[in-house]
Design a protein around this ligand. Structure first.
Ligand SMILES: NC(=O)c1ccc[n+]([C@@H]2O[C@H](COP(=O)([O-])OP(=O)(O)OC[C@H]3O[C@@H](n4cnc5c(N)ncnc54)[C@H](O)[C@@H]3O)[C@@H](O)[C@H]2O)c1
Length: 253
């Protein structure tokens, strides 16, 4: 039996890395999918790949930092599928690396805009719809850096801590309304985000980051997708407001 049969699942940042792996797993489990991401030349190929698992998959160009674009995306989902069962607020960026005392205001605003305000924008509209349905599941993508600091990344660290605060607050607000809201805190995962962040293969910086993980390896996007699937099925029915750490032991130290 497929675990997400006929569920309507919304995934932001679904064209790459963790979001893409979650989209493929959800499609394999029978979900109707709407993927929101920035417009990209890769969208058709990726959508085709996802559709090999379930035909009912759509792409919507949407910048999560834009309140109105997120609102119209959620309206589109409800118009198309009649409801929104599960949302994965995953879209995120790394941002420029600077010490806090040298962080350009524009770099701060960009990361906060996508990684924190973007999650708020999504939750704001998802929860409005899920409240009408009196049912729903939200998973927010935080990070190990939602729990501890990391040099030269004050914007990212602040945003990911903020995502955990949003998750806990909304979980309290909706706990009696049949809406569960949890977060995932991945360790460093081998995705294009790491490459964009300058963590290239076999570099010194890669070696240093690997050593921060007791398992001495990066995680895979599929390992995060397994956690996502757990949080959006009844296997996790008594969980809300939690932060699921999938990090090779990073936070255990
Ligand atoms: N890779 C890691 O090591 C790691 C670790 C912890 C947390 N995370 C988090 O996981 C999430 C996914 O990261 P990833 O590693 O898969 O990165 P990725 O770069 O492979 O994918 C991110 C996706 O988000 C999209 N995106 C970026 N800005 C957007 C916007 N404004 N609106 C809509 N979509 C946007 C990108 O186009 C891309 O498709 C992020 O929130 C990231 O912070 C990643």
């Amino acid at each position: 039996m497929k675990l997400l049969n006929d569920k309507t699942v919304f995934i932001t940042g679904g064209l790459s890395g963790i979001g893409k792996a979650c989209a493929i797993l959800a499609a394999k489990e029978g979900a109707n999918l709407v993927i929101a991401d920035l417009d990209s030349d890769t969208k058709e190929n990726i959508l085709e790949e996802i559709k090999t698992h379930n035909e009912n998959a759509q792409f919507v160009a949407c910048d999560v930092s834009n309140f109105e674009q997120v609102q119209s995306t959620i309206q589109h989902i409800v118009k198309t599928f009649g409801r929104l069962d599960i949302a994965l607020n995953n879209a995120g960026i790394g941002g420029e690396a600077h010490f806090t005392g040298e962080m350009p205001e524009s770099a701060w605003a960009k990361v906060i805009g996508v990684n924190l305000t973007g999650v708020f924008n999504c939750m704001r509209h998802e929860l409005a719809q899920m409240s009408i349905q009196k049912q729903g599941i939200i998973v927010n993508m935080s990070s190990i850096l939602g729990k501890v600091g990391f040099s030269s990344s004050c914007h990212y660290v602040a945003a990911k801590h903020g995502v955990l605060g949003l998750t806990q607050t909304a979980a309290l607000e909706y706990a009696e309304n049949n809406i569960r809201i949890n977060a995932i805190c991945p360790g460093f995962i081998a995705t294009p985000l790491l490459v964009k962040g300058g963590i290239s293969h076999h570099s010194e910086i890669e070696k240093n980051i690997l050593h921060l993980h007791p398992m001495k390896r990066f995680g895979s996007a599929e390992e995060i997708a397994n956690g996502f699937l757990f949080l959006c099925t009844d296997q996790s029915s008594f969980m809300t407001g939690s932060a699921l750490e999938i990090d090779g032991g990073y936070l255990a130290q």
